[in-house]
Every structure is written in C-alpha cells, then in structure tokens.
Ligand binder design. Structure first.
Ligand SMILES: [Zn+2]
Length: 233
C-alpha cells in the first residue's frame, strides 16, 4: 500500500492569495478533492490523506510533520500563484533532493501542464527549486505546484470548475504514474449481464472484418468449402 499525502495550500485564518473574487485556500481544497476522487475511482494499491479535510488552519511544519509521522511515500502541496504573472510552475527543495523527487516533479509537471493546455495557451514557467518549508521538512519525494495566478487574466481559468477538475485529475494521474499504481478493473457495461445469462463461457473465433460485404462473403464461401460453419455478422 503506497501512502499519498495531499497538502491543500493555506486554510482557515490564512486564505492565501485573494483576488478576482477568488481565495487560494478554496481553490487548493477543490483541486485536491478532485485529485483524491479520481484516484479513488481509478486506481488501487494506495491510501491517501489530506493535511486538512475542511478549512483548518495549519502551520507549514505541521503539514510536513503529518506526512513524516504517517510515513507517506509521496507529498504533493497544491498552491495558486500571485504577483500578476501568468502560467504554471512546480517546485522541489533547492537543497539535496533524491532522483525520485526529480522524477515526481517531471511526471507531475508534464501531466498537469498538458491538462491545462486543453483549456488554452498556458505558459510553462518551468520546473523550479526553492527553500519552501513543506519541501525542506518532508522526508519523502515532495513537490509543490503553483497552478496559475489568481490576480491576473489566469483567473478566468481558475473560475472554471471543469478546469479545476482537470487540474486535480492530472495531479492524481501524475502521482499514480510515479508510484506505478495498478488501475482498477472496470467491467465493460455488457460483461456482467452476459455472465449472468449463462454459466457456460462461449469462445468465438473471428477470422476477418471487412469494410466491403463482398469480401466477407468471399471468405465465408472459402471457409464453408473447407467444412467450417461461417456466419457473417
Ligand atoms: Zn500558496
């Protein structure tokens, strides 16, 4: 069981960046909830926790301590940028980091940027390093994402619920890829009924598929000549 710790940036008495009618703590809450729902629906072999289920106030060290005490395998801190810039960037600690940490940054950066670019021309501000407490104090691979700017034209994306969902799901896919989580088996809609209808399994052999019916008839004739029953569907 891999352990995933999601950190919703800010919260409680600390709203984070505020502009354009948006609060960073609300956006980070939504993105992480979308990420957790997506993992739950699509993958197995993991446990996940968030630093705050609701709107609690937490220090940076408390967030790192929680991840360390639990023995998390991965830590992802979600933030929204401010300062009137534009685009997406990710951070790892600017001290000594493991190759695993760099790998986590690479996979998350790629997944999230690609998801964002479904919605518009998003600037790639790059994979960066900084002395952030949650990155410095966590003992497992840890990445912090800065998901566009709350106080620029980027806000139009952050006001779009579908965008936040896509960004959350991309965080989840990145973590799943990094950890190599198995995908949940999703039965195709017709399978369960077929299995109920008969206890006996039927194995069918298909020998050809054709755009032109004449070609199918030709093959059916050939099979019949050789003594095989042939049916055109
Ligand atoms: Zn922040």
């Amino acid at each position: 069981m891999k352990k995933i710790k999601w950190d919703k940036g800010h919260g409680g008495s600390d709203p984070g960046a505020v502009a354009n009618g948006l609060q960073e703590k609300v956006l980070t809450h939504k993105i992480v909830e979308y990420a957790m729902d997506y993992l739950e629906a699509n993958y197995t072999g993991f446990e996940q926790r968030t630093t705050r289920a609701g709107d609690q106030t937490l220090t940076l060290s408390q967030r790192a301590d929680m991840a360390n005490a639990w023995g998390a395998d991965v830590f992802v801190s979600v933030h929204i940028n401010a300062g009137k810039g534009t685009g997406f960037e990710t951070y790892v600690y600017n001290g000594g980091v493991s190759s695993q940490t760099v790998a986590l940054q690479n996979v998350l950066h790629g997944e999230i940027l690609a998801a964002m670019r479904q919605f518009g021309n998003i600037t790639d501000r790059g994979k960066k390093r900084a002395n952030y407490a949650v990155l410095r104090e966590t003992k497992m691979p840890a990445v912090l994402t800065e998901n566009l700017f709350i106080d620029s034209n980027d806000a139009k994306y952050l006001k779009n619920e579908a965008f936040l969902k896509a960004v959350g799901e991309a965080h989840a896919r990145g973590v799943a890829k990094f950890l190599g989580l198995p995908k949940k088996d999703k039965p195709t809609p017709s399978q369960p009924q077929q299995q109920k209808a008969s206890d006996k399994k039927l194995y069918r052999v298909q020998v050809g598929a054709f755009g032109d019916r004449k070609n199918a008839e030709r093959l059916a004739e050939e099979l019949k000549k050789k003594g095989y029953p042939a049916v055109i569907i």
